[in-house]
Design a protein around this ligand. Sequence first.
Ligand SMILES: *[C@@H]1O[C@H](CO)[C@@H](O)[C@H](O)[C@H]1NC(C)=O
Ligand SMILES: *[C@@H]1O[C@H](CO)[C@@H](O)[C@H](O)[C@H]1NC(C)=O
Ligand SMILES: *[C@@H]1O[C@H](CO)[C@@H](O)[C@H](O)[C@H]1NC(C)=O
Ligand SMILES: *[C@@H]1O[C@H](CO)[C@@H](O)[C@H](O)[C@H]1NC(C)=O
Ligand SMILES: *[C@@H]1O[C@H](CO)[C@@H](O)[C@H](O)[C@H]1NC(C)=O
Length: 442
Amino acid sequence: MAGEVSMIGSVILALFLAGYLGQQYLPPPKPKVIGLDLGTTFCSVGVFHPGTGDVVVIEDEDGRKSIPSAVSFTVSEILVGYEALDLADSNPQNTIYDAKRFIGKIFETGALEQESARYPFKVISNNGSGEFQISTNHTFTVSPEFIGSRLLLKMRKMAERHLGVLIQKAVISVPAEFDERQRNYTVRAANLAGLEILRVINEPTAAAMAYGLHKVDVFNVLVVDLGGGTLDVSLLNKQGGMFLTRAMAGNNKLGGQDFSQRLLQYTMKQVRQEYGVSLFLKEDTHRLRQIVEAAKLNLTLQPSVTIRLPLHLHSPEATGELQGTVPEPILFEVKITRELFEELNEDLFQKILIPIETVLAEGHLEKEEVDEIVLVGGSTRIPRIRRLISEYFRKEPNTSVDPDLAVVTGVAIQAGIMGGSWPLQVSAIEIPNRHLRKMNFN
Ligand SMILES: *[C@@H]1O[C@H](CO)[C@@H](O)[C@H](O)[C@H]1NC(C)=O
Ligand SMILES: *[C@@H]1O[C@H](CO)[C@@H](O)[C@H](O)[C@H]1NC(C)=O
Ligand SMILES: *[C@@H]1O[C@H](CO)[C@@H](O)[C@H](O)[C@H]1NC(C)=O
Ligand SMILES: *[C@@H]1O[C@H](CO)[C@@H](O)[C@H](O)[C@H]1NC(C)=O
Ligand SMILES: *[C@@H]1O[C@H](CO)[C@@H](O)[C@H](O)[C@H]1NC(C)=O
């Protein structure tokens, strides 16, 4: 009798052990909530893998971790991301980008006409809201949230392909300065893409989370986001697990494209000095612009670069009928050092400190009281800009996460928390701050 009992006991124990071991070897559950960064120029999607504790930024079919925020309409289809960007030259009036600048926003009378003039596509006013007019074989209008929905749908598909499961839930980031209406329309864009939004988080908060700052003992976090065309500085306070945006300031007309423009102007001046003439072909200017952009990026890693390309130039003596013909190309070459690039842009770089000083003043903080500085946006890779900020604070900023992917990384962590797969139940809830306004220094 006693033997039978102990045998039953062993069987139960064995079953229990088998179950326990089985569970250990079971594949970890797949993430069900994705994190979305719907950016003005690029978008990314990420997930938090509970098994490994890693954030994965999901790649497209060609292995790229972000897609251009562009949507192009043709007679027969709607193209998204790189495919849309490829049509920007051949189908400019139907290739929409920068839609985020219009989402959920009401413009004053006349303001949309001015906006429209900046773009190759047509922006029209629907009672103050911007809409895009498309003309393929017929003419129709689409809303900014529709453009957003096509981008989000593409990212949802990328995530589904990566995970092999259907995705219906997401967390999404928005600029800290977005008002309630802009947030609502961003959520609407996600709904149109078949996604339920569990939480909307501010981009600077997401960037801070990418560095795990929601888990460590810090109080004041300063986030500097310098992209292609805009600078945003936010001062965050963390209280318990909650982030509060204390102050915001920025410059809507400062970014990477301004630094490239300075380099382009310098290069054009070199052409004039050497040959006494300006560029002749539009194609040459276009090509030079591309090479200058590449040179700027290379100068982050290399102490100097050489810009080299064939240019079609008339000699200064060429007059009369010669003016109308395309001249033979010459090979133009100019060496650019990092020091020269920094000199050309020093006054622009110094402007970065203005909104930083403003948020500190608004938050009644001395710069020594800032616990962590987080750099976001591709232009914060520029060594001089990093040095400027670390010298100002006498402290190294957090830069280990790719500055183009810091926001999506943080949103993915928040998505992991919302999906219940975060080991520690800490959550970075944001305390909404309705009275906050972003001050602009242009
Ligand atoms: C436009 O072209 C598409 C695809 O070729 C066709 O389905 C549609 O009926 C056309 N619309 C008009 C108004 O011609
Ligand atoms: C236009 O906007 C105003 C104010 O927001 C609103 O009162 C009005 O009903 C709107 N008109 C239309 C046609 O949507
Ligand atoms: C935003 O959406 C919420 C919930 O749907 C709604 O209560 C609120 O009125 C909306 N606000 C604006 C400004 O559209
Ligand atoms: C930038 O670097 C890449 C890769 O090293 C090189 O192929 C390219 O020619 C460089 N461009 C310029 C303008 O320096
Ligand atoms: C960056 O953030 C982490 C918190 O995750 C912190 O421990 C680290 O010291 C910070 N600073 C730098 C310069 O990396």
